[in-house]
Design a binder for this molecule. Structure first.
Ligand SMILES: Cc1cc2nc3c(=O)[nH]c(=O)nc-3n(C[C@H](O)[C@H](O)[C@H](O)COP(=O)(O)OP(=O)(O)OC[C@H]3O[C@@H](n4cnc5c(N)ncnc54)[C@H](O)[C@@H]3O)c2cc1C
Length: 330
């Protein structure tokens, strides 16, 4: 097994055991980091019945894919996943561990760092390497400042924000190989028990996966405004987001909130409708490739970061935009 100085990627799977896009983004970032360290990238995939996902991973630029396939790892259970992952670290002794910044790693990454007595950098948006030092960048103070961190201990544990990297390229033929690891999983020794799992009803495309996000703010005026936005999003095959006031007012679900205390999104196109552009909102969407703003106030802050701006009321602009898009489709 390749071990020296390696960069280890923790790969996450969907309920259908498909590799999450963020994990492939981590593979790409890990590749560049490993190049700068003169090392190789390994991945670890754990779960129940996940061999196929491990095989699929061999088509990416990875030296080896460590597989832990065990019935007790069917669902994420903090203690079991932590124990399995620590055993992988014991075996691989990685220089760095890259994980997506997800609901699972928000729980798992600090446990790993604590157990390995090392540091953790969460929500990293870029990795900069030069000869002497590797820096991990993350936005702080509502994204008004970009902070650069480096580690004083090893392994480096880093969670990467979704969509700041292009996913790794899939090769036609397998590149690496799958290495099955036997780990001891002590179910009886766990202190926590999962009593119930509640799966939220899938309300269409996830905000963080969408190429187009159409978000509404207080200026949308009410739930009817969000119906208009949903129609617009459907035409664009996008997802509907919101600033915080519509969520607080019950016009949109909490899952739709974009910003400092909501989702961080970086779609190809972000359309902000009736949103003023407060720093707490901008913190969650400023990484979008193209920003379009619709606001009746020409002095609204959102125009400062918008690539395209429409000064007008959403009641007029949204129906016209929908009609124009439907016309283009014909
Ligand atoms: C700790 C903390 C965390 C926060 N986290 C978040 C967060 O995660 N996400 C978030 O979004 N906010 C967050 N906020 C709230 C944030 O500070 C702003 O209050 C919020 O983003 C404003 O939302 P808004 O732009 O929709 O509303 P407003 O600021 O009220 O702006 C409404 C805009 O709509 C325009 N408008 C009005 N009518 C129309 C119309 N008919 N047509 C077109 N435009 C119209 C107005 O010109 C205005 O620009 C947070 C605040 C705090 C203190």
């Amino acid at each position: 097994m390749v071990t020296e100085n390696s960069v280890l990627v923790f790969v996450e799977l969907s309920a259908e055991r498909a590799i999450l896009p963020i994990s492939l983004e981590c593979v790409a970032a890990a590749g560049r980091l490993a190049d700068s360290l003169g090392s190789r990238v390994l991945a670890v995939v754990m779960g129940n019945g996940v061999r196929e996902a491990a095989r699929e991973l061999t088509h990416y630029d990875l030296a080896e894919v460590c597989l832990i396939d065990h019935p007790t790892l069917e669902h994420y259970q903090p203690e079991l996943f932590l124990s399995a992952f620590l055993q992988v670290c014991e075996c691989v002794k990685p220089k760095a561990v890259l994980m997506g910044d997800t609901l699972t790693t928000v729980d798992l990454a600090p446990r790993i760092a604590f157990n390995l007595d090392t540091g953790l950098i969460t929500d990293c948006v870029a990795i900069e390497s030069d000869k002497d030092e590797v820096c991990f960048l993350k936005p702080v103070y509502s994204s008004n400042v970009m902070a650069a961190y480096s580690f004083a201990s090893e392994p480096w544990i880093v969670t990467l924000r979704s969509r700041v990297e292009e996913p790794g390229q899939r090769a036609e033929a397998p590149v690496g190989e799958v290495v099955s690891l036997d780990v001891e999983i002590d179910v009886a020794g766990t202190k926590t028990e999962v009593i119930q799992r509640v799966t939220e009803e899938d309300a269409g495309l996830k905000l963080t996966d969408a190429e187009v996000v159409v978000s509404g703010g207080r200026g949308i005026g009410g739930p009817e405004g969000f119906e208009q936005l949903s129609e617009l999003a459907a035409i664009l095959n996008g997802a509907v987001g919101a600033s915080r006031p519509p969520v607080d007012l019950g016009w949109a679900t909490p899952k739709a909130q974009v910003g400092q205390t909501g989702e961080k999104v970086a779609p190809t196109v972000y359309i902000a409708v009736g949103i003023s552009g407060a720093t707490q909102h901008v913190a969650g969407m400023q990484g979008s490739k193209t920003i379009v703003a619709v606001n009746k106030d020409p002095k609204a802050n959102i125009f400062k970061i918008a690539d395209y701006g429409v000064v007008g009321s959403c009641e007029e602009v949204i129906p016209s935009l929908k009609d124009a898009l439907l016309e283009m489709r014909k």
